[in-house]
Design a binder for this molecule. Structure first.
Ligand code: 523
Length: 137
């Protein structure tokens, strides 16, 4: 019997939290995997890259904001077997950044109170993180 093992892909994501306690979620654009679902922003860690550096780079590219490493609090790991890879994704919390959040790569952005997050359809890796966030915030 042959067994196939899915490759693991390391992705970093963040829950940006504003002064009113709302969380930023971003709608994945058409043409990409999981299009139309609302994710915690982030992206793939490149080979040799530290996870925090990857997240800082992704937030600059995707949202046009600057975060410093000291503002990134590691929170919880998401883990989900997608069809062709296994996603491992630490979610960081971040309450401080500079610049204005703009959707450079997403179809839309939304600042959402934690109790309203379940109203937004999310990728299967992200959805279980909502309960943790709601308890925490
Ligand atoms: N997720 C995911 N949740 C989540 C993110 C940021 C990413 O489930 N919060 C998944 C979506 C993709 C994979 O992780 O399958 C890689 O994310 P990303 O945003 O880098 O994906 P793409 O579609 O931009 O991939 P490339 O074009 O290959 O970079």
């Amino acid at each position: 019997m042959t067994e196939s093992v899915l490759p693991t892909v390391l992705v970093v994501a963040v829950a940006l939290i504003d002064v009113d306690g709302r969380v930023l979620i971003a709608k994945r654009p058409e043409g990409k995997q999981l299009a139309g679902l609302w994710e915690f922003p982030g992206g793939k860690v490149e080979p040799g890259e530290r996870p925090e550096a990857a997240l800082i780079r992704e937030l600059r590219e995707e949202l046009g904001i600057e975060v410093t490493e000291s503002c990134l609090a590691p929170f919880v790991f998401a883990s989900h077997a997608y069809e062709s890879f296994h996603l491992l994704m630490p979610l960081y919390l971040c309450r401080r950044w500079s610049g204005v959040v703009v959707a450079h790569e997403h179809a839309a952005l939304a600042w959402v109170k934690p109790d309203k997050l379940p109203d937004y359809p999310m990728p299967p890796a992200d959805a279980p993180l909502v309960a943790w966030l709601r308890d925490l915030l």
